[in-house]
Design a protein around this ligand. Structure first.
Ligand code: XMP
Ligand code: MG
Length: 173
């Protein structure tokens, strides 16, 4: 039986999202913001975050990437599976991720988004997981920081299961 240890409860996630939404609403007042969610893990986070933003012009789009590493622990080669279709030229973009781990996926996605000529690209992540970081990624807005461990729930999966859990857990197999 897998062992689930709570990391963020439902009400804690809500509080973190409200806090981040206030900051983003302040930072992007009067600007044209495009939130780019990274599928699939960020789907619930983006849905809850966007409803808390007090901004007039917010557009939503999604990207999907997959990584194929030399072993199961690293993700050296990132491949784009789904691209955006909103025109982000001259717009302010925030990439919305579930977890930043090594940072390799985000490095690839940010470089890709920059080819469209946005005004700015920032990063918002539910979880900033520090221990295995390989790329110098700055997470501008984060709900929580964890050192290590495999997390599931609230969009995060283990073999596509547990995305539907309303809270976030550390999974020990
Ligand atoms: P990095 O930053 O290493 O992240 O390029 C690649 C992707 O790996 C996923 N990831 C996780 N997914 N629980 C998950 O369900 C985790 O603890 C976890 N750590 C990394 C995540 O989708 C990220 O985009
Ligand atoms: Mg992801």
């Amino acid at each position: 039986m897998p062992d689930f240890t709570p990391v963020l409860k439902e009400d804690e996630i809500k509080r973190h999202i409200s806090r981040i939404a206030k900051t983003i609403s302040f930072d992007y007042q009067g600007r044209e913001l495009v939130l780019v969610g990274v599928l699939k893990g960020a789907f619930l986070f983006l849905a809850d975050l966007v409803r808390e933003l007090a901004l007039e012009h917010v557009k939503i789009d999604f990207l999907q990437a997959s990584s194929y590493g030399a072993d199961t622990r690293s993700s050296e080669n990132v491949v784009l599976k789904k691209d955006i279709d909103v025109d982000i030229r001259g717009k302010d973009v925030i990439v919305v991720e579930d977890i930043v781990d090594t940072g390799l996926t985000l490095t690839f996605l940010i470089e890709h988004l920059k080819t469209f000529g946005p005004n700015s690209v920032k990063v918002c992540a539910m979880i900033d997981k520090k221990e295995r970081r390989k790329a110098a990624i700055q997470v501008d807005y984060a709900c929580a920081t964890v050192e290590k461990g495999f997390l599931v729930g609230y969009g995060l999966d283990y073999a596509e299961d547990y995305r539907n859990l309303p809270a976030i857990y550390h999974l020990k197999l």
